[in-house]
Design a protein around this ligand. Sequence first.
Ligand code: SAM
Length: 271
Amino acid sequence: MSKAALQLKESCERPQFEAELLLAYHLGKERTWLMIHDRDEVVDIKGFEELIARRAAHEPYEYIVGEVSFYDIHLAVELGVLIPRPETEILIDLVADIIEKERITRIAEIGVGSGAISVVLARKFPQLKIVATDICDTPLKVAAQNIAKYGLQEQIALRKSNLIDVVREPVELVVSNPPYIAEDFLLESNVIDYEPKEALFGGRVGDELLKQIIVDVKKRGIRWLACEMGYDQKAPIADFVKEVGVQSINFYKDLAGHDRGFVIDFGKGVK
Ligand SMILES: C[S@@+](CC[C@H](N)C(=O)[O-])C[C@H]1O[C@@H](n2cnc3c(N)ncnc32)[C@H](O)[C@@H]1O
């Protein structure tokens, strides 16, 4: 085992822990099971070594095991789909507050990815109907798997669409964690070499898609918009909404204290 941990030294912050997790995954056991079987011979050692080699090459753990723990659920993920990040849970909680206070029953999500946001919201609000879009096929396929896993087919409809172009039905709120990274931003190997570019980059500056979403949502007369954004995008978004015209915008921070998103109220009867 220590040999496996040694191989992971460059690619992981906790090599011993991840080596154990991968061994437990390989054996189809809990990590605690390893403690009392630490002298057992590893079955199919070659298969285990292959997993370690993938992680040593910076492939994210979640792609290797095909699953991520997010909010209160486990979601399937694979190459081609963004691994949901813990900070997106903050966006979900803010949206949940609005849904509750405003008794909202119909929303749309732009950029569904694995389905993380829509699945959690649908589970919180059994009366809620969601139309969730994505421009890429793999996220739509994986989101469908996750929606089926939690039996939410009646609540969440998936559409292949640019933004909300093919969402024709009335909705009261749009939520999105869109791609918002600038084209030339240097990302770590586990992200840039494995995660889909369509999920990461929002344009040359990074906030292009966010601005388009703001314009589209206002044009459609939808009252609420909640989005995640980059830590350095508060000022440009604040300037932009002054031009567009909104009733209010509230920015929020992530747990590290970085600006991370906003909630816009365009006001009742917006257009
Ligand atoms: C940052 S990921 C977010 C995924 C998921 N909602 C989450 O929070 O984990 C952005 C998603 O937006 C999708 N996307 C990119 N451009 C889009 C567009 N113009 N219209 C709709 N979806 C888009 C990507 O394919 C990707 O799945």
